[in-house]
Design a protein around this ligand. Sequence first.
Ligand code: ATP
Length: 313
Amino acid sequence: MTTETATATAISVTNLRKSYGDLEAVRGIDLHVSQGEVFALLGPNGAGKTTTLEILEGHRERTAGEVSVLGHDPQRNERDFKDRIGIVLQDTGVERYLTVEEVIELFRGYYPHPLPRDQIIEMVGLEEKRTSLVRRLSSGQQRRLDVAIGLAGDPDLLFLDEPTTGFDPAARRNAWEMIKGLNAAGKTVFLTTHYMEEAQYLADRVAIIARGEIVAEGAPIDLIGREAITTISFEDPGDGPPPYPVSEFATLIDGRIVIETSGPTALLYALTSWATEHSVELEGLTVAPWTLEDVYLKLTADPELEEGPEAEQ
Ligand code: ATP
């Protein structure tokens, strides 16, 4: 554990750039993560997440910009820096014929002040599997073991690259609780994910990166609130009834009428009044606030793939 306060800076990035030949993969991004936070970096394939993550971990050199992680420049690869961070890659690939305990012991040996083995096992919830061979673990359990390896040196900051990719819904929920527990135990967590629900549930703050630039940053609730949009949808009643009163706001998506509005109360009133008057049942009517996924899809939409503003009616 660190002696620094919970509000101290864990990661500070200013005008970070990374080019691979002619390709500018990261184009001048700024990031700030406080100690004690769970921070999620989100973005479509090829947006620059792994590049950024690996620069923060000290595994890739930047082209330009300032980077400070726990007060270190990761590029200098200092031993003290490496001892204070834990890295959970997408595929750790540990020795499959060792037991869970043996793997954890092996990695504890690399650090000057490792966490006690049993504490690590408890933190990742592998108590029942401690003597199992790695090859006998389920994929969710193997991912837990990956996290155990990341925790071996008792890091202040844990990097998790897509920690739940390929998990079934129950395993994902379990992993989320484990990550919450690690954060409650004082670890700062920096993660990448393609699951917006995961970011919304876990992250204090997120940054959305698209085409190498940060397009939004903030607490999920603030990003969603900023849009203040409600989606109303129902099955298309077909060509029988006359046009509904809200038709100018409506789009037809997969057989459903979808209306996005910042004034849902008046709109619903007009819609349901019209439906009652015309004896139309609005089948499958749903009213839902925007989610982080809606915000994400709007912000990361590729302008070249965007259709015109006029959606079909
Ligand atoms: P994904 O979600 O698919 O993992 P990502 O957001 O992590 O994507 P990066 O892996 O950072 O994206 O890649 C950003 C861009 O840089 C991509 O266009 C990728 O092809 C390119 N790129 C990444 N690594 C290299 C490399 N070593 N050499 C050349 N180009 C690279």
